[in-house]
Write a new protein. Structure first.
Length: 152
């Protein structure tokens, strides 16, 4: 083989080898079907009060943990937020352990004031922030204080 032929084959081979990964990986990737709205609603509702159902649904659909249901008019809710405004610490802690995204409302319900307070000091306007079901942080704290006092 002469030098010219060697260089030509080398260039063609290296270009071909460079395309193989993109061709093979691109051909196998298919966008997954989005979850059905009914499934998301069922999971979010279970997040309010039903730990066993939350656990079983996450086994079958692990990414439900990130799903939000639209109750209408921009009121979106995740299962962890349902647990948060219903005061279900068991469900909330389980979802956090599984990787759910926490927010100030859930942290407030869990009594994590050491995490919430510095954020509210840095951003005082968040105190009037509306969460799922239109609860704000101030009313959430008042409601939780009343519920805690009733149980003592």
């Amino acid at each position: 083989m002469n030098r010219k032929s060697f260089i030509k084959k080398g260039i063609i081979s290296s270009v071909g080898l460079g395309l193989i990964p993109s061709l093979s990986f691109g051909a196998n990737q298919i966008d997954p079907e989005p979850y059905k709205v009914e499934l998301i609603k069922e999971f979010v509702l279970a997040g309010h009060f039903n730990l066993d159902k939350v656990k079983s649904m996450l086994i079958d659909y692990p990414n439900l943990i990130y799903s939000r249901y639209d109750w209408g008019n921009g009121d979106f809710e995740e299962a962890i937020e349902g647990a948060g405004h219903k005061g279900n610490k068991e469900v909330a802690n389980y979802l956090i352990e599984k990787g759910a995204r926490v927010n100030l409302f859930v942290l407030t319900m869990l009594g994590k004031t050491n995490l919430v307070k510095p954020i509210l000091e840095a951003y005082p306007n968040l105190n009037i922030l509306k969460g799922s079901s239109r609860f704000d942080l101030a009313s959430s704290r008042r409601n939780w204080r009343r519920r805690i006092k009733r149980t003592i």
